[in-house]
Design a protein around this ligand. Sequence first.
Ligand code: FES
Length: 107
Amino acid sequence: MSRRPARSRDAQAPAPREVALTLEGRRITAPEGTTVAAALIAAGIDAWRTTRRGGRPRGMFCGIGVCYDCLLRIDGYADQRACLVEVADGMVLGEPGAPAPDPEEGR
Ligand code: FES
């Protein structure tokens, strides 16, 4: 009997499609299915907001939607938890409290 594990279906699955998003004008690419927080960290960005008092940097802490440290404006929706939202092509990211984009101006 062989001790070698059987090939899983994942080993034969095609590589996930890359999507592009922007954080305050900086272009980032990530594999489809990645969370926004993971995409930012993979791009070398480990803090994307600051605390109201003290201006201390914040990014991903718990990674499971509990701590709210990763808040971010995602496609105009304020205070989204970046660790819970999957990336999408053309996604626009910004500061958590930034004003919503003017729908008349587009993106
Ligand atoms: S990292 Fe804790 S809620 Fe997102």
